[in-house]
Design a protein around this ligand. Structure first.
Ligand SMILES: [Zn+2]
Ligand SMILES: [Zn+2]
Length: 206
């Protein structure tokens, strides 16, 4: 188990913080078209997505995350009026993570781009990435490990439920304290804006 916090940092370094590795509980790669669209929206698909269009995610409790500098750069988008809150650093468009709209679900899917240089620590505390989500919308075939994925999802769900039962969902830096309002007003993309972010022919060669 990796000891000590993981360093969270946007590409330009204005937004900084740390993540308690003990409250991160799984790694996964998500191939869904919304995660791909978010990377394209940020103009960062080449460093956020892998060759098959996957986004590497570190599932954690929101309370694991603490911002220590530049938190005014934290910004929020949503790809639709029901979509997840998608957080990023406005200074350099680094993807930070995704949270549900309902604060009572204590989950953040941190995006690997905000933990540069922590791959070895993540290997140590969580093992390699084996869980593949939404492979149907991958840009190229993904060698999925269905059993690992099933166990991975079960592990994420059980940690979320456990945190909820023990009141640990109350600390959440992505929401206004003691409210269900996000810490930043999200900008919701229009259906036309969302559609423009779909994979274009040629994106396979990211
Ligand atoms: Zn930045
Ligand atoms: Zn996704």
């Amino acid at each position: 188990m990796h000891e000590g916090p993981l360093n969270l940092r946007c590409r330009c370094g204005l937004l900084q913080g740390h993540v308690d590795a003990r409250q991160a509980f799984a790694r996964a790669t998500c191939y869904c078209s919304d995660c791909q669209a978010f990377a394209r929206f940020l103009g960062r698909h080449s460093d956020t997505l892998d060759a098959q269009g996957g986004t590497q995610i570190i599932a954690a409790l929101p309370r694991a995350v603490e911002f220590t500098a530049g938190s005014d750069r934290l910004s929020c988008k949503s790809l639709s009026d029901k979509g997840m809150f998608r957080w990023y650093a406005s200074c350099c468009h680094t993807a930070i993570g995704n949270t549900p709209r309902d604060r009572s679900l204590p989950y953040v899917g941190l995006i690997h781009t905000c933990l540069p240089g922590e791959a070895a620590s993540l290997d140590e505390s969580l093992g390699p990435v084996k869980v593949a989500l939404n492979t149907g919308s991958a840009l190229a075939p993904v060698g999925a490990a269905p059993i690992a994925t099933l166990f991975g999802i079960a592990r994420i769900m059980s940690q979320v439920v456990k945190a909820r039962l023990t009141g640990k969902h109350k600390d959440n830096p992505f929401f206004v304290p003691a409210s269900n309002a996000p810490a930043r007003e999200p900008r919701v993309l229009s259906p036309a804006e969302r559609k423009r972010l779909d994979a274009a022919p040629g994106d396979q060669k990211l």
